[in-house]
Structures are given as C-alpha cells and as structure tokens.
Design a protein around this ligand. Structure first.
Ligand SMILES: Nc1ncnc2c1ncn2[C@@H]1O[C@H](COP(=O)(O)OP(=O)(O)OP(=O)(O)O)[C@@H](O)[C@H]1O
Length: 207
C-alpha cells in the first residue's frame, strides 16, 4: 500500500497554490508537511482527501483509502462521545470503538455530550475518529491544536501504532511530534504568480 502523487497542481478559489508537486508515502511511513502559513498545506490535504479536484496530476489511491482529520473536528454535539464514535464506526463499516476510547483517553468521558467537552477533549475525540475509520492513510491538518503535552504524546503513540500496523500518515504540523518522520516542504512547489497575474488573488505568503 502506497500513496504516490505525481505532477499535482492544487488551487483555492480557482487560483493555483502549489504546482507540479510529487511525493511518495509508503506503508509504515510518517511524512510531516511543512511550509509557511498560507503556503497551501490545507489545500493539498483537502485535494488528496477528495474534497476538491486537482487542477492537474495523479493521485494513486482513491479517497476511500484515506481518513482526513481537518481543523474542524466535525462532532455531533448532542451525541455522547461513545455515540459519536459509534456513528463514525457505522459510517466506515467498522465496529470497535473501545480501543479508540482507551487510546485517546476518553473512557471516563464516554457518556458526555460532545458539546460539553473542552477544546482539547473535542480534539481528542476528533482524533479518535481516525482510529475507527480503519483506513490506511491518515491525512492530518494541525492535529495537536488545543492538546496538552500528555495528549500530544497519546496522539503520537496512536500514529506510531498506526504505522507499525502498516498504515501511513501525512501530517501538517508546526511542532515536533517526536515521531520518526521524513519532512516534505511544499515551499519549492509554490505556483508561479506570473501564471495568474492580473487578478490580484495570489497567495500572500509568496509575495
Ligand atoms: N476558501 C478559500 N477561498 C479562496 N482562497 C482560500 C480559501 N481558503 C484558503 N485560501 C487561500 O489559499 C492559500 C492556501 O491556504 P491553505 O489554507 O492551503 O494554506 P496552509 O499552508 O494550510 O496555511 P496555514 O499554515 O496558515 O494553515 C492561502 O493564500 C489562503 O489565503
């Protein structure tokens, strides 16, 4: 199982942000996505997850192989922690939510409505969702926002276990997660502003 990306050009609002980008993410590997604010990391992850079409290029795996953890946690506030996980387990066709509850330290919170969780607890629940997807490729956008040091360590352990079991992860993060990871810096792939000159909409990070 391998995610191979070749000649990929991604855009926001119709404006190319990154172009002719490529990388390989193999089973057992963690790749950390780097680049300044506004450089296109979220846009790249959304494109790989199938949430928006690329302008060009090839992505070797379908969105069904991918679990995307976005900025927004996507919780259902009226449902309890366990009910949220059970909902996602049914969506993804998996069963076991208990391991996810344990791994993200949510057992004591299992019956609490998601709306009543703290920001960091919500984040832990959002990450627990990844564990019930059963999908091999995790794409994560700033997964540790709002997490305390202990929760960052829990998250890093979950990623280690995922890749040890043959999964892989592409993680946009500005912090050191203490993982054995390669770095993929998107900066060299910034789109050519001249190609879109005249509309004044090009990414501020590259002006
Ligand atoms: N909905 C949108 N419509 C148009 N342009 C957008 C939209 N969202 C983001 N952009 C622009 O697209 C460019 C890439 O943004 P993106 O969020 O992919 O960057 P990023 O590398 O993830 O940034 P950060 O590190 O700040 O999270 C930026 O110039 C941003 O202003």
């Amino acid at each position: 199982m391998e995610l191979l990306v070749e000649g990929l050009t991604v855009a926001r609002g119709g404006v190319p942000v990154l172009e002719n980008l490529g990388f390989r993410l193999s089973s057992g590997q963690v790749l950390v996505l780097r680049g300044p604010n506004g450089s296109g990391k979220t846009t790249l992850l959304r494109t790989l997850a199938g949430l928006q079409p690329p302008l060009a290029g090839e992505i070797s795996l379908p969105p069904e192989a991918i679990a995307y953890g976005a900025h927004a946690d996507g919780l259902k506030g009226q449902l309890s922690v366990a009910e949220n996980l059970a909902f996602w387990a049914s969506v993804y066709g998996t069963r076991d939510i208990e391991r996810a509850l344990v791994d993200m330290n949510l057992v004591a919170l299992r019956d609490r409505p998601a709306a009543n969780l703290s920001a960091g607890q919500k984040r832990r629940l959002g990450l627990a969702r990844l564990l019930v997807t059963g999908r091999p490729i995790w794409l994560l956008d700033e997964p540790t926002v709002s997490l305390d040091a202990a929760s960052v360590a829990l998250f890093a352990d979950a990623v280690r276990a995922h890749v040890a079991a043959g999964g892989a992860a592409l993680i946009a993060t500005h912090i050191d997660l203490g993982l054995d990871a390669a770095i993929f810096d998107v900066t060299p792939f910034k789109a050519d502003p001249d190609a879109t000159a005249g509309d004044g909409a090009f990414d501020e990070a590259f002006l």
